[in-house]
Ligand binder design. Structure first.
Ligand SMILES: *Cc1c(COP(=O)(O)O)cnc(C)c1O
Length: 195
């Protein structure tokens, strides 16, 4: 559910006005998922704190909390302990991920693949609405049968999720067009099967 720029800019203004921390959770939307390195960058926002995880480790568990100047002195070494925090293996994975996914060409490819997938989805039966940014995509079905479609997709060799009443696609950012087409073809057939 992409948010309107006016809405998020309004929240930022309200936070500034009332001296409330402006924190953006980029755990799912971050690390190039939406075609910006962090989604807020596409909105031109300036958060005080940003949370980041999931894709950051490329499959290894890691979480990070970024601060701006205003908040950088709040959590200092010793304030917040964690047993495996900053462990070298997870950090090495994150460093490798970051060295690849923040490149302009990579970000552009994520946006292009996302647009391609959305355009193809709109040609399928049972697709009422497609929304999302980059490769974070939601599909509203005509038949309101997302759960049934997702279960059938699994049988047919495609793993997709649901989010409430929507089908939810978050393919790997490195997915190839061949793989995209293969997945879309399974989804298309499954949509027909479940009509
Ligand atoms: C998964 C998730 C979290 C929690 O992240 P952890 O690293 O498991 O603590 C927070 N916010 C969003 C949006 C998430 O998807």
């Amino acid at each position: 559910m992409p948010l309107d720029k006016e809405f998020v800019t309004g929240i930022q203004s309200l936070c500034r006005e009332k001296d409330i921390l402006f924190i953006i959770d980029e755990v799912q939307t971050g690390v190039s998922r939406t075609g910006s390195f962090y989604c807020y960058q596409g909105y031109g926002l300036e958060p005080d704190v940003v949370t980041s995880a999931k894709g950051l480790g490329g499959g290894l568990p890691i979480g990070a909390c970024l601060s701006n100047k205003k908040t950088s002195g709040v959590l200092v070494p010793g304030t917040h302990g964690t047993t495996f925090g900053g462990n070298p293996i997870a950090c090495a994975a994150a460093a490798e991920v970051l060295s690849r996914v923040a490149e302009p060409d990579f970000l552009k490819a994520v946006s292009e693949k996302g647009e391609y997938i959305k355009a193809e989805l709109l040609k399928m039966p049972n697709v009422k609405e497609v929304r999302g940014i980059g490769m974070m995509i939601g599909i509203v079905t005509e038949k309101d049968n997302a759960k049934q479609v997702a279960a059938k997709c699994l049988e047919n060799g495609l793993l997709i999720l649901t989010a409430k009443k929507l089908l939810r696609l978050l393919p790997p950012l490195t997915i190839s067009y061949d793989e995209i087409n293969k997945g879309l073809s399974i989804l298309n057939n499954t949509m027909e099967e479940t009509l």
